[in-house]
Design a protein around this ligand. Structure first.
Ligand code: PHE
Ligand code: NA
Length: 451
């Protein structure tokens, strides 16, 4: 049976969508961002709220977002136009696509800077820089990197170029290999690190930091961050997953796919957190150190391990790979739109998106040193792009997606597209998308605003 395809092609194998979505989801958000956010927000209570948002909001929204892509069969902007037409709703709904493409560009800018740090750590590891250094010296290396605008921009440029090359060639080719082999390897390395952490006396401190819940520590800010991060980590609310859904075959079961991706993503984040906090407590470091956390802790662990130079190098290579497969999906909504609507060559579109995000990224990089005095609404440029996207644009995108799917679209179409066999599971999902997710997002955002 032939089915309508997107002009960008269709995933070749059944597995590919799961792999691609996992590749998009698992990235710096899990290994770099989740641990430092948990650390900044006092641990346990933040982790619990985050898990709640993943299951009550994130996973249901992911299903809704893929559904839109699979039915729209085009870039998010055009898919939303088509579906708004089909539902006889205002073309205003295309705004979900525009908001998302813009969010992708903004995220890509600071994401590439951080991925650049990971690339530079491959080099630092491989060249044996950390050998014979104590914990203090190792964590000091991060400061050397971040205070050097030239280095930051060079590594950022390298990573952005890598991203543009893959997007220009069509996401299918490079991605399948990368995700199929490198992701499982990353996971094995994390388990290895977990084994190492379990040998440290601080392992139990780490577990209680991550899982002992003290709601007294929970601020409005922390709740909003947990919500925003649940979208960020699952790549939701900006069209990445919608764009990938457009290349997904009709035969594939959505619900089981979504649950698989959500669980894998969560597992990686939790393991990364446990490992990192074990190292934090073993070496008297600060859990609330912020964005430097992963880069100051993991090299300490590798420096204490036999074969640490090789293992550490491998680990950072895999982190770069994970970041790479996420970065590709950040660019895809804008690039797919330019190809479809402007008839642009894919390579040219990828280059334009890459250069734009690169320029913004340079501003983010410089805001960590020579432009540290520049403030936008009290935030550095780097933090501004991070918070604007994570705390506002993604949750807002997710909210609009829920409203569109559960309030605007034809109920029968939604029902047949999700194809969840079990009626009560379908009802539960629909309830989450119709009420729980939109109300949850609205309340959390409103509360923070009114603070
Ligand atoms: N989910 C990715 C991560 O956790 C980041 C990302 C966000 C990718 C939004 C695509 C879209 O690293
Ligand atoms: Na993630």
């Amino acid at each position: 049976m032939s089915e309508q395809q997107s002009i960008h092609g269709i995933w070749t194998k059944r597995w590919t969508f799961v792999l691609a979505a996992t590749g998009s989801a698992v990235g710096l958000g899990n290994i770099w961002k989740f641990p430092y956010m948990a650390g900044e927000n006092g641990g346990g209570a933040f982790v619990l709220i985050y898990l709640f948002f993943i299951f009550a909001i994130g996973i249901p929204v992911m299903l809704a977002e893929i559904l839109l892509g699979r039915r729209g069969r085009a870039s998010p902007i055009n898919s939303m136009h088509t579906l708004a037409n089909e539902a006889k709703a205002t073309p205003f709904w295309g705004g979900i696509g525009w908001l998302g493409a813009l969010a992708g560009l903004f995220i890509l800018s600071f994401y590439s800077v951080v991925a650049g740090w990971a690339v530079s750590y491959v080099y630092l590891m491989a060249s044996g820089t950390f050998e014979g250094q104590n914990a203090e010296m190792i964590s000091g290396e991060f400061g050397n990197l971040v205070s050097d605008p030239g280095k930051l921009v060079d590594w950022h440029t390298l990573f952005m170029a890598m991203t543009v090359v893959v997007v220009a060639n069509g996401i299918h080719k490079g991605l399948e290999m990368a995700v199929q082999w490198l992701m499982p390897l990353l996971f094995v390395m994390l388990l290895l690190l977990l084994g190492y952490s379990a040998t440290l006396d601080s392992f139990s401190d780490s577990l209680s930091f991550m899982f002992r819940v003290d709601f007294g520590k929970l601020t409005e800010e922390a709740i909003l961050s947990a919500l925003g991060h649940s979208f960020f980590t699952l790549s939701l609310g900006m069209g990445a997953i919608m764009a990938y859904g457009a290349y997904m075959s009709r035969q594939q079961n959505l619900a089981s796919t979504v649950v698989t991706v959500g669980l894998l993503d969560t597992l990686v984040a939790l393991v990364a957190g446990i490992v990192i906090f074990s190292i934090v407590f073993a070496n008297g470091l600060e859990p609330g150190a912020g964005p430097s956390l992963m880069f100051q802790t993991l090299p300490i662990a590798f420096s204490q391990m036999p074969g640490g130079v090789v293992l550490g190098t491998m680990f950072f290579v895999l982190v770069v790979a994970a970041a790479w497969s996420s970065a590709i999906s950040l660019a895809e909504p804008a690039v797919a739109w330019a190809v479809e609507t402007l008839g642009m060559n894919r390579g040219v579109a990828a280059l334009i998106v890459g250069v734009t995000a690169w320029v913004l990224g340079v501003a983010c990089a410089l805001s960590l040193n020579i432009w540290s005095d520049v403030k936008i609404f009290d935030n550095s440029i780097f933090d501004f792009f991070d918070k604007l996207t994570t705390n506002i644009m993604l949750p807002l995108g997710g909210l609009l997606i829920c409203v569109f799917v559960a309030w605007v679209m034809d109920r029968a179409i939604v029902r047949s597209e999700v194809d969840i066999d079990h009626p009560s599971i379908y009802k539960a999902w629909f309830f989450l998308v119709r009420f729980v997710a939109p109300v949850g997002v609205a309340v959390v955002m409103f509360n923070k605003l009114m603070e």
